[in-house]
Design a protein around this ligand. Sequence first.
Ligand code: RIB
Length: 323
Amino acid sequence: MSASPLSLLSDISGSISIVGSMNADYTVTTERLPKPGETINGGPLRILPGGKSGNQAAAAARLGAHVNIFGAVGSDDNADFLLAQLADAGVDTSHVRHVEGASGTTVITVDDNGENTIVYSAGSNAKVDSEYVEQQKDVLLNSSVLGLCLESPIDAVTATARMCHDAGIKVLLNDSPFTDKLPEELIEYSDILLINEHEMAQLLNIAEPSNGDWLGMDWGYIARAMHEFGFKEALVTLGGEGAMAIDGDQTYHINAAKIDAVDTTGCGDAFMGTLLAGLASKFTLSDSASLASYVAAYAATNYGAQASYGSSEQIKAFFADAN
Ligand code: RIB
């Protein structure tokens, strides 16, 4: 691809299903992250829309994809807040389940370098089960791409992957929050894995580079290990070094778009949402990832997860001004 990946933003189309989590993120900024047992002062509390799946849905919808989200919210005020924020981004929330009790929540601290810590309390997200997923079959199968992460019960995630895979829908799995114990069935029914470099090393039992030079690793070897593990296609994010796309026997380095990071919360989800939008638009995996690198970088330039996501026009204008 010779033109800027941003030119792809004009061609976003297609339909995406995302099954998973929605959280209210209770977020405080601090000069530095606290050590265990330490109390430090922070800025004002912000309650922001989040949840990995909600974030992925919002990112894709803001780019112009048609997105349906499936999951569960509680009976608290956060439920209305989360659904309203997703609807504002253009996500169809009409199939979300309503259950008694608290919606999903997180407690997040963000330091002066934009780094964060997140503690997740599943709340209503734990009420997503295989029966609910089965009830959504007709709508779920009406999309070309499915996005999954691991903030929902693994049985429901696996059942969704099986249903969609069997119907010929491309299944993109984000192994986050990370587990190195992915069920065999989930691996079999997922087409593409999204994972960061440290977790990839742990998953495949590969030593991390002692000098921190991830780009200098033998990516042909990593691709073969990934295939043996069960994924022919994968995206390994490399922080400030961009990402590596493993597409069958080919590996491609995706450059990181350079920005000054304010808050990296939800950048991985913006990356995943863009991958989903790109794949639904019939872009290649590496083109989708090249675009995702810009969309995720834009998300780091402001606070919050969904609150920091841009429309195609905003993202194009930001990078046009930056160059
Ligand atoms: O990836 C960021 C997200 O992780 C936050 O929005 C938070 O809700 C947690 O799920």
